[in-house]
Design a protein around this ligand. Structure first.
Ligand SMILES: Nc1ncnc2c1ncn2[C@@H]1O[C@H](COP(=O)(O)OP(=O)(O)O)[C@@H](O)[C@H]1O
Ligand SMILES: O=C(OP(=O)(O)O)[C@H](O)COP(=O)(O)O
Length: 395
């Protein structure tokens, strides 16, 4: 396997899969640039060798070419962090991409438009991967956050570079750090799962059973479990296809020796807005027209207690809509509890674009043991899964 440190990029065009799926506010301002900053060492190494860099990424989950998901929004910040003007191709394949990559000179950087503007990316289409591959001489995968996706740019493309494919520094460092946690996790091991991607993460929860002592479920993840158990969740976020699985998980947890802590109360709102009317209610009694947007004080106190008594902590997914002040209390309290436990000697690992944004919002990133650029990818790696993005480089 090639190593980025030893590879000489001189005179070569390197196509680098990065994960620039960063959170943006309504004015397209980047609210957390951790993932962009993480990619800078790889970019600088290629430039230092007098190579040219072609960056490709997805942003969000667009349906077609939606302008709000254009990577042009991150161009100014990217240029600033690299310290030179980054060029932009308005499409990742086709004539626009070809022309821009052809004229790219050593020492220059080009960012391609959002890969997911083409359905072929997520389908892992071979022809699409080949078109991307045709733009460059060497392939670097540095998108740890997307390594669990078998997409054209993360996995399929690697076959076109049998001798010139490698991980970037982000993936190299992540694998080393996470391996340390897996091999040396002290008990009690607590995982905190929140966020909104129920379908992506519910199977991960299943696989964490038996591996962790405690599993805290909060955030948007809560309501699928509450509904499955017969509770009234009003208009709260949930996924009906996963109700049976949610019930199964609760049963399996007992058999496998993992204690599940599901939120018991909720801060509900009559609108998805910071200015909505709010109430604290039992998580099973949410009225129609209202939605749960944060964990309530009772859940917060219980979760803090469990975290305080843990020796290994894994956190993925905010336990509320922390982006809005009215619904940030639970997430802030969890972040602070993790820091306290870390100060007492626990090892804490935080992953996921929004979870990292949350820990940064409270200026606590330096007070936890390790901050990963991956969320779902990190969890699947911890589960022991062979991630497609990792496998494609190794095989
Ligand atoms: N109760 C809730 N209802 C709706 N969205 C929620 C709720 N709790 C958390 N979220 C949202 O979940 C998002 C993060 O989800 P996810 O992508 O799964 O996490 P991560 O990026 O850390 O892996 C945040 O933007 C947050 O606002
Ligand atoms: O943000 C990401 O994952 P995460 O929310 O698990 O941290 C990655 O960029 C992957 O995005 P995806 O879950 O839309 O494939």
């Amino acid at each position: 396997m090639q190593s980025i440190d030893k590879y000489d990029f001189s005179g070569k065009k390197a196509i680098v899969r990065v994960d620039f799926n960063v959170p943006l506010d309504d004015n397209f301002k980047i609210t957390d640039d951790t993932r962009i900053r993480a990619a800078i060492p790889t970019i600088k190494k290629i430039l230092k060798d007098s190579g040219a860099v072609i960056l490709m990424s997805h942003l969000g989950r667009p349906k077609g070419a939606e302008d709000k998901y254009s990577l042009k929004h991150i161009l100014p910040r990217l240029s600033e962090l690299i310290g030179k003007e980054v060029q932009f191709a308005e499409d990742c394949v086709g004539e626009k991409a070809k022309a821009k990559t052809k004229s790219l000179k050593p020492g220059e950087v080009l960012l391609l438009e959002n890969l997911r503007f083409h359905d072929e990316e997520k389908k892992g289409d071979e022809d699409f991967a080949k078109q991307l591959a045709s733009l460059a001489d060497v392939y670097v995968n540095d998108a740890f956050g997307t390594a669990h996706r078998a997409h054209a740019s993360t996995a399929v493309i690697a076959q076109y570079f049998p001798n010139d494919k490698m991980f970037g520094y982000v993936i190299e460092d992540e694998l080393k750090s996470v391996d340390k946690v897996i091999n040396d996790a002290k008990s009690p091991f607590t995982a905190i799962m929140g966020g909104s991607k129920v379908s992506s993460k519910i199977t991960i929860i299943k696989n964490l059973l038996g591996k962790v002592d405690n599993l805290i479920i909060g955030g948007g993840m809560t309501y699928t479990f509450v509904k499955a158990n017969g509770g009234n969740i009003g208009d709260s976020i949930h996924e009906d296809e996963y109700l049976d699985l949610a019930n199964d998980l609760i049963k399996q947890a007992k058999e496998k020796g993992t204690t599940i802590y599901l939120a018991t109360d909720s801060v509900i709102a009559d609108d998805f807005s910071n200015n909505a009317n709010t109430k604290v209610v039992d998580v099973n009694n949410i009225l129609d027209g209202w939605q749960g947007l944060d964990i309530g004080p009772e859940s917060t106190a219980k979760f803090k207690e469990v975290v305080a008594n843990s020796k290994t902590i894994l956190w993925n997914g905010p336990v509320g809509v922390f982006e809005m002040e009215s619904f940030e209390n639970g997430t802030k309290a969890i972040a602070e509890a993790i820091v306290e436990a870390t100060e007492k000697g626990a090892f804490s690992l935080i992953g996921g674009g929004d979870s990292v944004a949350a820990i940064n919002k409270y200026n606590l990133a330096n007070d936890v043991s390790y901050v990963s650029t991956g969320g779902g990818a990190l969890l699947e790696y911890i589960e022991g899964k062979d991630l497609p993005g990792i496998k494609a480089i190794r095989e």
